[in-house]
Design a protein around this ligand. Structure first.
Ligand SMILES: [Zn+2]
Length: 457
């Protein structure tokens, strides 16, 4: 077992323990039990459960959340007017802009305390935003994720995690590109350093560590699978858990074939208004006991609109995610009463290419803690230059600008020349969707042995 070295860990040891404690706080075990029961509910019981939770949410929101009290008064609605999921339609949609404009009015004044957390989103399908989570809702979220892991046979098995955090400094050019996290008994591997040159070191470490579970961004799991195949090394994971990026069927098949396993994908957002997860039969199911999800028709697809059931600190009701699902073509054989969908789209697969050759697809860390940003986009048209277009609001200060610059360098490469460009508007892509990352180099990148994740979509 590798020893944990606090001094060498880019993610502070204290931070890792704090995160563990936040996720598995006093209500974690309670929610695990509750979720086990609600996953087995028949449709009529499930609907009664949802309506009960909704009635409590609406009553609380009317009594304590100024935004909803004003809105319902304007619409001449009282809590008893909203009893069922169908009644929710009496309220208008909520958008990220409305949340930003009414941030303080959406917070329950008596539930906010030192354990509450602010979550930021980079806005892969819209502008950056921030949301408040209660300690209780963080416990609930992780109990819900754990339910999927347990269905897949993971009861706390040896795992490696290969996601979007900078585990070791970006400038580091020699192994180890990983750290042991004793809080979760996992090996945290740095996804940014994973490439053709470093692949062998990653493989040797994995063979030595012998994990049974891989928890990863789809693009990282795909690259890792390619490296194992290239080096002709057989390795079997009991399960691969992916989340936070779009998982294409081709990527899923490739990862499953190389690692002789099943991929379990989890769809969620920073707002946590909807979760969709793969079952044991490999199909996506809306987690109906996690939130209330409406599928609103949009061209050939359906937009995911979600309502919190477990975050009474800042309840989001009828929140538009901008993400789309395709309806299921046939029912799932697993027997779950949760609705099934065929596919999910909307999560960005674009990336920034650093001078060291690392691909960075998660922009969240760059905007973390930068206040008063309306929109921002990472743009690259030169190997050593990163441009950030941003639309400030009227309170944007020099401190915000400095924070953005510092974050950008710390989370990409010290070799980047970072240019901040203030603009009044950021142009949308051809499909009308906001793009948080635009990389012109990626379109001209020479073909290499490493299959690009974009070609697999
Ligand atoms: Zn199923």
């Amino acid at each position: 077992m590798p020893r944990f070295d606090l001094e060498k860990c880019h993610l502070g040891g204290l931070e890792l323990w704090l995160r563990y404690w936040y996720r598995r706080g006093p209500r974690f075990a309670y929610y695990q039990q509750q979720l086990k029961k609600t996953s087995r509910l028949a449709p009529p019981e499930l609907e009664r459960f949802q309506n009960r939770k909704l009635q409590a949410l609406i009553t609380q929101s009317y009594q304590h959340i100024p935004y909803y009290r004003d809105l319902m008064d304007q619409l001449k609605l009282k809590p008893h007017d909203i009893q069922t999921k169908q009644d929710l339609r009496k309220l208008p949609f909520l958008t990220k802009k409305l949340v930003t404009d009414n941030y303080d009015k959406l917070i329950h004044p008596h539930k906010r305390n030192f354990l509450s957390k602010v979550a930021c989103t980079s806005g892969t399908t819209g502008s950056p935003g921030k949301f408040m989570r209660s300690f209780d809702s963080i416990n609930f979220e992780h109990a819900a994720v754990w339910r999927q892991w347990q269905f897949a046979g993971d009861t706390g098995k040896r795992r490696i995690t290969l996601r979007g955090e900078v585990v070791v400094p970006m400038a580091q050019s020699e192994p180890p590109y990983w750290r042991y996290n004793p809080a979760n008994q996992e090996l945290l591997m740095c996804g940014f350093h994973l490439n053709e040159k470093t692949g062998r070191a990653y493989i040797e470490k994995i063979l030595k560590f012998q994990p049974e579970i891989l928890s990863s961004y789809p693009s990282n799991a795909y690259r890792l699978a390619h490296l194992f195949k290239k080096h002709r090394i057989n390795y079997r994971f009991q399960a691969v858990f992916t989340s936070s990026e779009e998982l294409s069927p081709r990527m899923k098949d490739y990862i499953e074939a190389v690692f002789q396993t099943q991929v379990y994908d989890w769809y969620g957002q920073s707002e946590r208004v909807a979760a969709i997860a793969h079952c044991q039969a490999g199909r996506y199911h809306i987690q109906e006991d996690y939130s209330l999800v409406e599928l609103v028709p949009h061209e050939q697809q359906f937009e995911i609109v979600g309502t919190h059931l477990f975050n009474d600190l800042m309840p989001l009701i009828r929140y538009r995610t901008g993400d789309m699902v395709s309806p299921a073509l046939k029912p799932c054989r697993c027997g779950s009463s949760f609705r099934c969908v065929e596919s999910i789209s909307g999560r960005s697969c674009a990336y920034i290419l650093t001078p060291e050759g690392y691909k960075i697809s998660a922009a969240n860390h760059i905007f973390h803690g930068v206040e008063h940003l309306l929109e921002a986009q990472l743009y690259q048209d030169h190997p050593e230059v990163l441009t950030i277009y941003y639309v400030p609001d009227t309170d944007f200060t020099n401190d915000d600008r400095q924070k953005l610059l510092t974050n950008a360098i710390a989370n990409t490469s010290p070799r980047f020349q970072v240019i901040l460009k203030e603009v009044s508007h950021i142009a949308r892509g051809a499909n009308g969707k906001f793009q948080s990352i635009v990389n012109l180099l990626a379109q001209h990148e020479p073909l290499s042995e490493m299959p690009d994740v974009l070609s697999a979509v």
